[in-house]
Design a protein around this ligand. Structure first.
Ligand code: HEC
Length: 112
C-alpha cells in the first residue's frame, strides 16, 4: 500500500471510526446490562458470571473496527481473508481461538 493511499484511507475513515468506536462502547455496555438482567440465576449464583462464548461475528464487530471501518466480508475472498487475518489478528491482539472464529465467519460470509 502506498503512502498516499494509506493517508487517504485514514483521512476519510478516522472520524467515522471514532464515532463507531464510541457507539460500540455504548452498545457493549447496553449489551452487558441486558445480559445481566436476562440471567435469572444472576442474583443467587455464587459461582460467578457465566462466560458467554462470543461468535466470530461478535468478535469481528468488537475488535475489527477499532482502527478502521469494518470491511465487508464480501470485499475479499477466502484466500485473501486468510492472509489478512494473519496480519490483523496481531493488530487486534486476538488469541488464536478467537482469530479462528473471526476467520471462519469472514470466509463463510465471503462465500468464495
Ligand atoms: C491496531 C489497529 C488495527 C486493528 C485492531 C485492525 N486493523 Fe485492519 N488495518 C489496520 C491498518 C493500519 C490497515 C492499513 C494498512 C495495512 O494494510 O497494513 C488495515 C487494513 C485492513 C484491511 C484492508 C486491506 C486492504 O488492502 O484494503 C482489512 C480488510 C482489515 N484491515 C481487516 C481487519 C480485521 C478483520 C481486523 C480484526 C481482526 C482488523 N483489521 C483489525 C489496522 C488495524
Amino acid at each position: 500500500m502506498t503512502n498516499m493511499k494509506t493517508s487517504r484511507f485514514f483521512r476519510t475513515s478516522f472520524t467515522r471510526a471514532t464515532a463507531r468506536f464510541a457507539l460500540a462502547v455504548i452498545l457493549a455496555g447496553g449489551f452487558a446490562a441486558t445480559l445481566a438482567a436476562a440471567d435469572p440465576t444472576a442474583a443467587t449464583d455464587k459461582t460467578g458470571p457465566v462466560k458467554k462464548k462470543l461468535t466470530g461475528a461478535e468478535l469481528y464487530v468488537i475488535h475489527c473496527n477499532r482502527c478502521h471501518q469494518e470491511r465487508y466480508p464480501t470485499e475479499f475472498n477466502s484466500a485473501q481473508w486468510q492472509t489478512l487475518m494473519t496480519h490483523m489478528r496481531v493488530r487486534a491482539n486476538l488469541p488464536a481461538k478467537q482469530a479462528k472464529e473471526v476467520l471462519k465467519y469472514m470466509k463463510e460470509e465471503a462465500g468464495k
